[in-house]
Ligand binder design. Structure first.
Ligand code: PMP
Length: 440
C-alpha cells in the first residue's frame, strides 16, 4: 500500500493494526483505486495506514481493532452534532420504516427547505440534489443560462467538488496530491475557467477587465476551507459583491462547508454579504448524501420544469437525508453555536500556546468551529502562502497526534471540524497531546 510505511507505527497499536484493520485494508485495496472511495482517505499526504472505522458516537470513533479515537475529521464537515446523535438516529430510523424514496415529493423536502430558507433568506427558491458537487455543477449551469455567458471565475485553492470545469488549481485532495488539475478534463472545458488569487480583489478586477462581458459567475468559498482555513480579508466579500454586480456577473457562494457551520445562516450571515446563488451540502444532510443550490427566485425560475435549464435526480430530496437534515438543523440553536465558538476558541488558544512553548514555526487559523494548524509563521492569506507551509512537519504532527488517539484530517490543507459534542475535557486532552506532538 503506497504511503503505508511512510510513518512507522510504534507500540501496542502497531501490534493490533496488523490484525483486523489490516485485513479490511487488504480487501479494500483489491477493490478500490488506492483502496478508498475518496482520495484523501488514503492518507497519502501524511503517510501511515489509513484507519478502518466501524463506529462513531459523539466526538469519538472506533477503528476495526477496537481502538477509540477522538475525531476532528467529522466526516469532513457534516457532523456538527457529532456521530450518531440520538435525535438524528431516531429521525432516520422512523423515516426508514415509512419507506422511500417515492419518486414524488414528500413532506421532509418541504420541511428541510423551509428551515434552510429561514436561515439563508437569499435562497428564495432552492433545489435538493445528492452531493455538493452536483449542487455546484447545477448552479454553474444556471449561471451560464441566466447570463448567456460561458466563463466562470474561481479562486486558487478553492474546491467546489469534482466538477470537470472547476478542477483547476483546486484545494482539498487535489492540492495534497499535488495535481495541478485532473487528467481527463478536456482542455476546452478547463479553458472556460478563470483563476484568481483568493483575497486579491485586484486579480478579480483584472479578470473582469480582460474578459468582462464573458464572465457568467464568480464562485467562491466565502471562508476558504479546502486549502486549510483561510478567512476572507476584511472587505473582500463586499468587494466581490460589488464587482460582480457592476459587470453583470453572478456571485455564487459555495457554502457546502460553511453553511450552518460558521453561523446558522452560513458565511453570508456571518459577514453580511448576500450572493445571487448559494450551494450547500454536508451539515444540511446530517451525514447523509445531500446537496442543495438556490438563490434569487428569478434565477431559480429558469430551472426545469419551470424553465429551460435541465437538472434532475432519482434520489434528490431523499427522505432519509431530509429526516437527518431536519433533525440536525433543529439542534443548531444559538446556544449550540456559542458553545462551539467557545470550545473552538479554547482549542485555538491552546494550540497557539503549544506552538510558542515548543518554539516552532507554526500558526493557527480559525473561523468558528473550522480550524487549521499551519506549519508557517503566520496564517496564510492565499493558496501560494498555504503552499509555503511545511507539509512534512504536518505529517509528523499528524502521526504523533494519531499515536495519542486523536484523529486529525489527514492533510495539512484541510480544516479540523470541532463538533458540539467535543467537551471541554476533550479539548484539553487535544491541547495536551499537541503540546508534546509539536516538540521539535
Ligand atoms: N464545495 C465545497 C466547498 C466542498 O468543501 C465540497 C466537498 N468537500 C464540495 C463542494 C463537494 O461536495 P461533495 O463532496 O458532497 O460532492
Amino acid at each position: 500500500m503506497t504511503g503505508a510505511d511512510a510513518v512507522p507505527r510504534t507500540g501496542a497499536r502497531a501490534a493490533v493494526s496488523a490484525t483486523v484493520s489490516a485485513e479490511w485494508r487488504r480487501r479494500a485495496d483489491g477493490l478500490f483505486p488506492g483502496g478508498v472511495n475518496s482520495p484523501v482517505r488514503a492518507y497519502r499526504a501524511v503517510g501511515g495506514e489509513p484507519p478502518i472505522i466501524v463506529r462513531g458516537e459523539g466526538p469519538r470513533v472506533w477503528d476495526a481493532d477496537g481502538v477509540e479515537h477522538l475525531d476532528y475529521v467529522g466526516a469532513f464537515g457534516p457532523l456538527i452534532v457529532g456521530h450518531a446523535h440520538p435525535r438524528v438516529v431516531a429521525a432516520v430510523t422512523e423515516q426508514a420504516a415509512r419507506g422511500g424514496p417515492f419518486g414524488a415529493t414528500s413532506p421532509g423536502e418541504v420541511e428541510l427547505a423551509e428551515r434552510i430558507r429561514e436561515a439563508l433568506p437569499s435562497m428564495e427558491r432552492l433545489r435538493f440534489v445528492s452531493s455538493g458537487t452536483e449542487a455546484v455543477m447545477s448552479a454553474l449551469r444556471l449561471a451560464r443560462a441566466a447570463t448567456g455567458r460561458d466563463l466562470i471565475a474561481k479562486f486558487e485553492g478553492g474546491y467546489h467538488g469534482h466538477v470537470d470545469s472547476l478542477l483547476a488549481q483546486a484545494g482539498s485532495g487535489l492540492a495534497t496530491l499535488a495535481l495541478p488539475a485532473s487528467a481527463g478534463v478536456p482542455g476546452s472545458v478547463a479553458s472556460g475557467t478563470l483563476l484568481a488569487r483568493y483575497n486579491d480583489l485586484a486579480a478579480v478586477r483584472a479578470l473582469f477587465e480582460a474578459y468582462g462581458e464573458g464572465i457568467a459567475a464568480v464562485i467562491v468559498e466565502p471562508v476558504a476551507a479546502n486549502m486549510g482555513v483561510v478567512p476572507p480579508a476584511p472587505g473582500f466579500l463586499e468587494d466581490l459583491r460589488a464587482v460582480t454586480r457592476d459587470h453583470g456577473a453572478l456571485l455564487i457562494f459555495d457554502e457546502v462547508i460553511t453553511g450552518f457551520r460558521v453561523a446558522r445562516g452560513g458565511a453570508q450571515a456571518r459577514y453580511g454579504v448576500l450572493p445571487d446563488l448559494t450551494t450547500l451540502g454536508k451539515v444540511i444532510g446530517g451525514g447523509l448524501p445531500v446537496g442543495a443550490y438556490g438563490g434569487r427566485s428569478d434565477l431559480m425560475a429558469l430551472i426545469a420544469p419551470s424553465g429551460p435549464v435541465y437538472q434532475a435526480g432519482t434520489l434528490s430530496g431523499h427522505p432519509l437525508a431530509m429526516a437527518a437534515g431536519c433533525a440536525t438543523l433543529d439542534l443548531l440553536d444559538a446556544d449550540l453555536y456559542d458553545r462551539l465558538e467557545a470550545r473552538s476558541a479554547v482549542l485555538e488558544a491552546g494550540l497557539r500556546e503549544a506552538i510558542e512553548g515548543a518554539g516552532i514555526t507554526a500558526s493557527v487559523s480559525r473561523v468558528g468551529s473550522l480550524l487549521t494548524l499551519f506549519f508557517r509563521a503566520t496564517p496564510p492569506r492565499d493558496f501560494d502562502e498555504v503552499r509555503e507551509a511545511d507539509a512534512a512537519a504536518f505529517a509528523r504532527f499528524h502521526a504523533a497526534m494519531r499515536d495519542a488517539a486523536i484523529l486529525l484530517p489527514p492533510a495539512s490543507q484541510e480544516a479540523w471540524f470541532v463538533s458540539a459534542t467535543h467537551t471541554g475535557a476533550d479539548i484539553e486532552r487535544t491541547i495536551t497531546a499537541a503540546r508534546s506532538a509539536l516538540q521539535p
